[in-house]
Design a protein around this ligand. Structure first.
Ligand code: JDE
Length: 237
């Protein structure tokens, strides 16, 4: 059936990826739609202290991840892959913003490698080098304008956004069709209700109980537009 997408994750904290066994992503792997391989960067660190970081050239606070263990880990992943093209993804606050459009594009690739940095980041030459390797595309991505302790949680966010877009992962692909109209254009969804019709004195809007599908569609569109306008006012757009 589908070609499975391989995800290789490289981190000094491989235990961060335990939740990938759960829920939607866990099912996707059980069903053979994705293959997820986790690599401990520390395995590529040699010497007594198995160090993966060092002080920054030029001075300054904090530590920078050394290029050698990253080069060794990424080379090993590339050597054991039978894919013809590889996306090397580095989550960093300085990256291109992860959007629904970027996630949808990644969901069409055969091999995604996630390099999860810690400390103040990874020696710049690592991305510089892999940009010159044929068949490798380097993508620096950001999940938002804030600083995390490392790229692991941002990688989990990215993977969840990507994996649910892979054909066969979601039970009901209709929800994807609806999203694809709305989310890329920055339209916020309409409010949702389920039973009971009355809860703590709050009623479900009449129109939703009417059975008039044309009217319901019109009401939902208006609600979504109102929400989008209010969000714009809050964020100053
Ligand atoms: C991803 N939004 C935020 C953080 C970092 C100062 C301190 C740390 C690879 O290089 C990195 C990665 C990360 C972890 O990712 C995020 C993130 N989307 O924080 C730093 C930068 N400046 C560097």
């Amino acid at each position: 059936m589908m070609n499975k997408i391989t995800f290789d994750l490289i981190s000094i904290f491989p235990d961060y990826f335990a939740p990938l066994k759960l829920s939607l992503i866990g099912k996707a792997e059980e069903n053979g739609l994705v293959e997820i391989k986790i690599h401990d960067l520390r395995d590529q660190a040699h010497g007594v202290h198995k160090s993966v970081d060092d002080t920054p050239y030029g001075g300054g606070a904090g530590m920078v991840m050394s290029p050698e263990p990253w080069g060794a880990a990424i080379d090993q992943v590339l050597a054991s892959s039978d894919a013809t093209t590889h996306e090397l993804i580095v989550l960093t606050p300085a990256g291109e913003k992860l959007t629904q459009v970027v996630a949808a594009e990644l969901a069409t690739k055969e091999h995604l490698i996630f390099a999860c940095g810690r400390y103040e980041g990874i020696d710049h030459r690592v991305t510089e080098h892999y940009r010159t390797v044929p068949g490798v595309r380097v993508r620096e991505l950001s999940i938002g304008d804030y600083v995390l302790g490392g790229g692991e949680v941002a990688t989990l966010v990215t993977m969840e956004a990507v994996i649910r877009l892979i054909p066969g992962v979601l039970g009901n692909p209709d929800s994807l069709v609806e999203e694809s109209h709305s989310l890329p254009e920055n339209v916020v969804e309409y409010p949702n209700y389920t039973k009971p019709a009355s809860w703590r004195g709050l009623e479900v809007p009449e129109v939703l109980l009417s059975g008039n599908h044309a009217l319901i569609k019109k009401w939902r569109t208006e609600q979504a537009q109102t929400r989008t306008r209010k969000l714009g006012e809050q964020t100053g757009e």
